[in-house]
Design a protein around this ligand. Structure first.
Ligand SMILES: [Fe+2]
Length: 353
């Protein structure tokens, strides 16, 4: 799996994204600076901690790593204020020096795009900051495209989503392949449900990045095997809100549609899902469709800890959970898609790729 270590080469036309550090103790700040410098980041700024910095005024557009919790001047309220004032042009990484599930949840709710406990392994810090910097650059690029005055901002949205899809491919190849397959299956299912081309096309783009938040969940947690701890489960579940936070603040209708999908694709038909336990039609239909395609692809993909299920077994499992986890109408349409000759062939082609 590729890791986002070094920043991409910068030119005068593409100045380095500023990474600003605020509210970190001296030792923590110098450890973070060292790790990011080693990864090739050149535009690093440490904001003073001896006097209070008003984040919403003193942070410049870019990525800001904010110390939160014990030993920091800042708490999730500061992130919320920053997020409200500067959401379109900052992305916040909350960094705590002690593990705290409550602080993690508060920071993510306040709008942080990622949450880290200062890792002994600096690879995780580089991976997470790298992913947030990539998303920041994609946002910036999409604003430039939208600013060219092409049709009604839609081009900026497409530029952003395309770039984020490629970022997924580059930072995590399996996640990239998974989201490509889910995107294809979701669009086909939407068509089978009778939705027109504009909705199917929007869903194709949106589903491609539905798991964006996984880029900022610790890799050790994502790949943990055996029974997970409560904290690990909470960290994995936070990917829905983190993905929505990464997409927040800019863009047009297509980005808003994608953001909603990122936030809602683990809600269940019967209200048993997360992050908010919505049920039935409260869950957007885009998310109900992706939930089915996502589960089917997960079941039929090989994992190191279990064999891939056959298409028949996976279909039976969907039927078993129809009406509980999944919208029954969506399951029926999905099964028509994967049972149909052309769709089944399309699925096989995607998988072979
Ligand atoms: Fe997901």
């Amino acid at each position: 799996m590729a890791h986002p270590g070094a920043a991409a080469p910068q030119t005068a036309m593409n100045p380095a994204t500023p990474v600003q550090l605020a509210g970190l103790g001296r030792d923590t700040a110098s450890a973070v600076l060292r790790a990011l410098e080693q990864a090739g980041y050149r535009n690093l700024v440490t904001l003073p901690t001896s006097q209070r910095v008003r984040l919403q005024d003193d942070v410049v557009p870019g990525v800001v790593v904010v110390g939160v919790g014990a030993g920091s001047d800042y708490d999730p309220d500061a992130i919320a204020a920053l997020f409200e004032a500067r959401a379109p042009d900052v992305r916040v990484v909350a960094l705590a020096t002690r593990r705290s599930q409550a602080l993690r949840a508060e920071s993510v709710m306040a709008g942080a795009s990622a949450y880290l406990t200062l890792p002994e392994d600096h690879g995780e810090l580089r991976r997470t900051v790298g992913a947030v910097v990539e998303v920041f650059r994609a946002h910036k690029e999409s604003r430039v495209v939208a600013g060219l005055g092409l049709r009604s901002g839609a081009d900026g949205d497409l530029a952003l989503l395309s770039r984020l899809g490629l970022t997924l491919d580059r930072l995590d190849t399996e996640l990239g392949r998974h989201t490509r397959r889910v995107s294809h299956l979701a669009a086909e299912t939407a068509a089978a449900l009778g939705y027109g081309e504009p909705f199917c096309a929007a869903l194709r783009y949106a589903a491609r990045v539905h798991d964006l938040g996984k880029l900022v969940v610790p890799l050790s947690t994502l790949t943990a095997q055996g029974e997970l701890t409560g904290a690990q489960v909470a960290a994995i579940r936070s990917h829905a809100r983190l993905g929505a936070n990464l997409l927040a603040g800019v863009g047009g209708e297509l980005v808003a549609f994608t953001r909603e999908l990122a936030l809602r694709h683990h809600e269940w038909w019967d209200g048993g899902g997360y992050p908010d336990g919505l049920s039935g039609a409260e869950v957007p239909v885009s998310a109900r469709i992706v939930a089915v395609a996502d589960a089917f692809d997960a079941m039929t993909s090989h994992r190191s800890y279990r064999r891939a299920r056959s298409l028949r077994e996976a279909a039976e499992e969907l039927e078993r959970w129809s009406g509980a986890q999944f919208d029954p109408e969506v399951v029926a349409a999905f099964l028509r898609v994967v049972g149909g000759q052309s769709a089944a062939r399309g699925c096989a082609v995607e998988r072979a790729g």
